[in-house]
Structure formats: C-alpha cells, structure tokens
Design a binder for this molecule. Structure first.
Ligand code: GUN
Ligand code: FE
Length: 422
C-alpha cells in the first residue's frame, strides 16, 4: 500500500546534513520510504494525502539505552553516584518486579508513556525476573513500538534479594526466557543483557557468550560510566587491558555481535580504539551522566573517530523519556566539556544532535531514523501549539526551538514502520 503525508519535513542524511522540505510530500510503500518530494509526482496524484500542512514532520527517535523497571523512581535519590545509587535506589526498586502484579502496574504506566513519547524504537533493560520481563515484552508488542528487550543477568556483587543464584542458574534462566518467547513477537526482540562487569562472574560471561552464539543475539551493557566502577572492573578482571577489553575477552564486545555500550564517559584511548574496531554502538546518555555526577562523555572525539553512536535516556539515571531533551542536553554537556577541558574541541551542533537521536541510534535497527529511500518509515508529526511565535521561522529554526523547548514530547501523530499508532 502506498501512503502519502504532507507537511514541513526535516530529516538527516548524515551528521552534518539536515534536509528541510517545506510543504513537502513524504511517500512510503508497505512501511518503507519511497522518498520526500517538494511536488507530488504525477503517479501519486490520485492517492489520498494525510494533510499535516504547517506541522513539522520528522523521523521517529531512538532511545538506545533505558531501564524500564526504573521508570517509577525517576527523580529520587539523585544526589548519589553510580555504585551507591544502584545499591540504595535501583536494586531495591528492581526487586519489586518479582511480583507480577507490581510489574503489570508499573510497566503499564511506563509503556503507556513510551507510546505517547517521540520514541519509536528503543533498547531496554528489564530485570532478572522472567515473568515480569515477558510481561514487559507483551505490553511493548501491543504498543506498536520497535524494541529490543533484555532479561538482565547478574550473579555477583548485588544484594541477595536481587542476585541470581549462580552463573549456571542465570544462564539456564536466560535460555528458558529465550525459548519461551521464541516466535511470540513481531516488533519485540530479545537482546542479551549482562548488567555490567561488576555484576557478572567470569563463568557467567563465558556462558552468555555461548548463548549469544547459539541464538545469534545482540548484546547491551554498560561501559566506563564512573571512575570507581572502572577501578573495580580492573580489580575484578586483572588480566583486562581496559573495561572494554574485559567484555572483549569473553567475545561480548561487538565484532560480529551487534553491541551497545551505554555511557563511555571515561574511555581511555585504547578502549575507544577497540570500540571503533569492533563497531560497538555508544549510547550517549547526557542527562544520566550529569545526574549521577558521572561526567561529560567525549562526544566530539567519538564523532571525529566516526564511532557508531546514538542517544539514551538511561531512565532512571536520566529522569526524562524525551530524546529531544537528550539532544539538547548532549549539546549543552558538550559545551560545558569544551569550556572546562579547554581542549579546543567543538561542541556538538544541532544537526549532529538531531542526527544522533534519529539516524545515528536508528541504524542499530537497520535502515531506520531517516526518510531516505528504503528506510523503515517511522514518522513524528510535531505539535508546536504550546510554543507560538510572532514571526515566520525557517524549518531549521523551528526544529532547533522544538528540541530546546519541548520539556515533554508534544506529538500529534506517530507512525512506526509506516503504521499509524495515533
Ligand atoms: N550500571 C549497572 N547498572 C546500571 C544501571 O541500572 N544504571 C546505570 N546508569 N548504570 C548502571
Ligand atoms: Fe543504564
């Protein structure tokens, strides 16, 4: 089926190039973009057009890193750094998901808000619990969003109430989960999720690498977020040349395995080189990095190195679901970093931040996050009614303003893979 939408269209082709087409026509067929036209080609002239004249129309946004069970306690205990925050806040909350009733209640609130947000694709951490993780996947599948969801693996250095009994038990639970959901979903896919090196024994990592190979799964985890965490990894895996190398020693750091590492705030040179060599995606989470005093990631250097990168909310290290906010904060944090390090690095530009939130992160899902031909057509029609303006603005000005001003995502219409959610 061919579909057409008319509006003020903006999308990225690369990180420096923002295409803007006022009063343009976006055409897609069976969920895939045909193209964007400033005049509707004759062959489509008899087809109906969804008229969004006057509204900004952009590709859907990707959240490369979010903890679904932490949504309920965002904004609590934000004066702590990572390791203390995990113990006092994240772990006690995640333990509640042993109770399926609590999980249903909390995950319903979360998925409902995700559905209304600007995010069309996301990579999520669940908890270690199987029924709750499957419930989250059921709800996400119903929502129409495209997601990867991970049952979390953690078998050491966590409280008894949220720790798997052994590496063997954690691996067995993962296989049980994968077999149970096999073939169940269209939009919701599993992703292998060792929490981070401090929470996973060598034996667990070895077993997970075996599961990764057997099931061909992508991988997500955390990397070089906090100085104390990094020092701890060096103690726990003394043979590792870097935190990234500790994953790599187990074959869980990219290469043939599509992999996302969240944060990458304090990567030494050899680790950044390994990220690049293995094609690992960096999920940049500026709001979380500020909240947990983690630092300011060297995003300009990562772009110069041509690293694969997108944005993450990292709920509840981050407090906002909005990837528009993540775009603005990525720019702001890069400005602070440039000033404080005095290293002469250029802050991110608006075009670059928009690219990271759309095509940059979207590419983890394949051809997603742009309106170029052949891309899976995720569309947002934006609502600017709450930010009226007395002048006529260009599309780029309106987009930049929207990125900075929309505290919540104000969305009129949302499509995923060409299908309308609302
Ligand atoms: N590292 C390990 N677990 C977590 C988590 O839940 N949040 C963040 N921000 N970092 C982590
Ligand atoms: Fe995280």
């Amino acid at each position: 089926m061919i579909q057409i939408l008319k509006g003020d269209i903006c999308y990225s082709t690369d990180r420096n190039t923002l295409i803007t087409v006022p009063d343009g026509f976006l055409v897609w067929e069976n969920g895939l973009c045909t193209g964007v036209f400033d005049r509707l080609p004759d062959q489509y002239s008899r087809l109906p057009v969804e008229d969004c004249t006057g509204h900004l129309v952009i590709p859907g946004l990707t959240d490369l890193h979010i903890h679904a069970p932490q949504y309920a306690f965002r904004g609590f205990k934000m004066d702590l750094e990572l390791l203390e925050w995990l113990n006092s806040s994240a772990f006690p909350e995640e333990a509640k998901y042993a109770d399926p009733d609590y999980a249903r209640n909390a995950y319903s609130i979360f998925v409902n808000d995700m559905r209304k947000s600007a995010t069309t694709r996301a990579c999520l951490f669940a908890t270690l619990h199987l029924p709750a993780t499957e419930l989250l996947m059921d709800l996400l599948e119903e929502s129409g969003l495209e997601t990867f969801v991970g049952k979390v693996n953690m078998d050491r250095n966590c409280p008894d109430y949220l720790c798997e009994e052994s590496a063997e038990a954690s691996a067995a639970a993962t296989i049980e989960w994968l077999d149970h959901i096999s073939g169940k979903y269209v939009h919701t896919k599993p992703i292998l999720t060792p929490r981070f090196i401090p929470a996973c024994t060598d034996e667990l990592m070895t077993r997970l690498a075996g599961i990764q190979k057997a099931y061909g799964l992508p991988v997500q985890s955390h990397l070089s977020e906090n100085p104390e965490e990094i020092a701890w990894v060096q103690e726990l895996v003394p043979s590792s040349a870097s935190y990234g190398d500790a994953y790599d020693q187990f074959g869980l750091f990219g290469g043939d395995v599509p992999t996302i590492m969240a944060h990458c705030v304090h990567c030494p040179e050899d680790e950044a080189a390994l990220l690049k060599k293995r094609g690992v995606y960096i999920a940049h989470c500026p709001q979380s990095n500020a909240n947990l005093t983690s630092g300011a990631a060297p995003v300009r250097a990562f772009l110069d190195q041509d690293q694969k990168m997108g944005l993450g909310s990292d709920i509840a290290g981050g407090t906002s679901l909005s990837i528009f906010r993540a775009m603005a904060e990525a720019i702001q944090v890069s400005k602070l970093r440039a000033r404080f390090t005095g290293d002469g690095s250029r802050p991110l530009t608006m075009e670059e931040a928009f690219f990271l939130g759309t095509k940059g992160g979207g590419s983890f899902f394949g051809k997603a996050g742009s309106f170029e031909e052949g891309y899976e057509c995720d569309i947002l029609v934006l609502d600017e009614s709450r930010i009226p303006h007395p002048q006529k603005l260009s599309l780029k000005e309106r987009l930049e303003r929207y990125i900075y001003l929309s505290g919540e995502d104000w969305i009129l219409h949302k499509y995923v893979k060409g299908a309308k959610l609302f």
